[in-house]
Design a protein around this ligand. Sequence first.
Ligand code: CP
Ligand code: NVA
Length: 318
Amino acid sequence: MITAQAADKSLDIQGKDFLTLADFSKNTILGLVQKARKMKNASLLGKDSKSLNGKILGMIFEKPSTRTRVSFEAGMIQLGGSALYLNSNDLQIGRGETVADTAKVLSQYVDAIMIRTFSHGMVEELALHADIPVINGLTDLYHPCQALADLLTIYEVKGRLEGLKLVYAGDGNNVAHSLMIAAAKVGMNLTIAAPPGYEPQEKVLALAKQFGKETGAEIEVVNSAIEAAAGADILYTDVWTSMGQEQENAERLEIFKSYQVNAQLAAAAKQDYTFLHCLPAHRGEEVAADIIDGSHSAVFQQAGNRLHAQKALLSELL
Ligand code: CP
Ligand code: NVA
């Protein structure tokens, strides 16, 4: 249950890095969701607070982005601050300057760094050497900002998080990993259905199961999408080929074809199931067009919530 008090008190995460939800308590995560709801309401009434007046977010991108880039930049501006888009190819880091040196220098120019890259270890190293908060805007391992917006969306649509059954069909990737941690932390049951060899990493599963023990969330990984979907409150999927895996695309199309979220899979879910996808989506691959564009889909509300969840996060970290 998300209490009203949770939204008003400081979450005590000022100055912290946001690399994975595993580093945050259930109360902090629920507090961020609640704060995001309040800030969303205020924003829709044209009453954004200017709490980040004069603050600057540096945003390093080593992979493409639509939602993450634009929602972080727009969010900073709405709260009175600003953001710098830094393509890693245009930075000296792209020609061999060390991560540590980059961290120490940027710490003197900006108030926080958001980074999207391949290696999660590189982001940990950046955070270790930076004196300012570092936010993970997606690595090959985790996508915590997405999971935060997903929790906000599920709460809005279902009115609760605890005890729901979330089913993710597809690749055991960064988005799946962050969902596992998020669900386990808040007490939501999650079944990941992935083909053999494409399941989530064992270490992430072990971590999620450990968090799940504290909240009663059951986190499991199976190979059959249709069996997993039975009684689902939420069906979730992501691309079969993530950024950086493009050379595996043809092979993956073949391996994942029985994991498509389509009418057959949806028929196994609850009648009032909700469909989510972090986007970008490939209609006809991981999701059928009639599902993502159908009446159960909340994918654009979910994409919109990236803005609100991150504004709550930024205002707490800064
Ligand atoms: N979902 C998400 O992170 O989208 P972008 O790749 O467009 O940022
Ligand atoms: N798993 C996808 C998510 C994109 C937002 C990727 O890493 O490309």
